[in-house]
Design a protein. Structure first.
Length: 217
């Protein structure tokens, strides 16, 4: 499923001075054959757009792809994607081209974003594709927020639980539908919605300041 509006196709430079509320975000997540960056392959990608703190439910992207490799049973237990589920999945190259169109002009947001970006970039085999948008890691932002406010009774314990479901729960969100790329993207979008409000209260009010504390590494 791919839903987007005409304005998402317009490429534009993103100013570092842009206020956070003025930015378009694309919150995304992937499911992979494993977390080993040397051998893992992409299975699915889900994304949802935001304009400032508004989640744009009508602008979503979800694709399953067939990496043509064996999917380890322990991975199937986590994301419930089997080889037979991918028999008629979309071509990898087509998915990446459509995704690059969907994220054009947006700041990328995800939980442990560097893992997803590394996997996506590894799949690029054709010239002209580059997922080089500014990217924010909500795990890093969560770390910063814990050190700048009473977000938990025991910040040390909270920093030991940085998985998406635990961080979402610490922000009073119900982590339903775990380990489905689009469901996790939506949960991360709800988390990012809350974080944006808190960041601005802490005078993190433009992209430059945001990247200093939360840029994906």
């Amino acid at each position: 499923m791919v839903i987007w509006s005409k304005r998402t196709s317009a490429s534009r430079a993103i100013s570092l001075d842009a206020p956070l509320d003025s930015l378009r975000y694309v919150v995304f997540d992937t499911e992979l054959t494993s977390l080993d960056h040397r051998t893992n392959r992409l299975l699915s990608v889900g994304a949802i757009a935001m304009q400032g703190t508004s989640i744009l439910l009508g602008e979503q992207f979800y694709r399953m792809v067939n990496p043509q490799v064996h999917i380890p049973p322990r991975s199937i237990v986590i994301h419930q994607i089997r080889s037979q589920d991918l028999a008629s999945a979309e071509d990898m190259s087509k998915t990446l081209h459509e995704l690059s169109y969907f994220i054009r002009g947006a700041v990328l947001v995800g939980h442990f974003t560097h893992i997803d970006l590394k996997a996506l970039r590894k799949e690029m085999t054709q010239p002209g594709l580059a997922f080089d948008n500014p990217a924010i890691d909500t795990a890093r932002v969560h770390h910063w927020l814990l050190s700048h406010g009473p977000y938990a009774e025991d910040p040390t314990l909270q920093l030991e639980r940085l998985d998406l479901q635990s961080v979402a729960a610490s922000h009073d969100l119900d982590p339903e539908g775990a380990h489905h790329a689009l469901a996790d993207a939506f949960l991360t979008a709800r988390l990012w919605q809350k974080m944006l409000v808190t960041l601005q209260k802490n005078r993190v009010d433009n992209l430059k300041r945001l990247l200093k504390i939360g840029a994906a590494r």
